[in-house]
Design a protein. Sequence first.
Length: 195
Amino acid sequence: MSDIRIDHKFIIDMIEPNSHVLDLGCGDGTLLALLMKHKNCRATGIEIDEKEIYKCVEQGVTVSHGDIDSGLEDYSDQRFDYVILNESLQEILNPDKVIAEALRVGKRVIVGIPNFCNISARLQIFFLGQVPVTKGLPYKWYNTPNLRFLSIKDFRHFCADRNITVERERAIGIKKEVFFKRNFFAFVGIFLIKK
């Protein structure tokens, strides 16, 4: 598993073998294909981009065309062991509703977010007076898909305000895990949550 993205490694590590998994905004299906291969998961995804759906199918991943902002009303309560929202929360219109729905249909939810408050972004704002562009945030203000700009600390507060339990939290810096001052040094936060 040495050539696997570090965020995918952390997510795979959080999921028990033989689990039933739903990935919201699954992209090209790479993470789901890895879960099927390494954890023998029954995996399915929801994706809005048709080009990405074709890539999922090429990898043998079951995927539905849909907008996760529209809700998950077609799924029954606790249908999945895990629901994944990796790199998609900041791009959706109503994150409160989507997380509530994910917690309804999943026993646990894994959320991966870019940390917009890492040191690199803070320094660019302070010294350049511009919206930051970093390896983890590679877009300019005018072409970013991000609608929300949150931090690891913001997501912790979001969970606390809604009585959502954070069972596990991991943070990623430059190609390694961050253990100290995560909101300051990490580029990505990954949370395992449940209601």
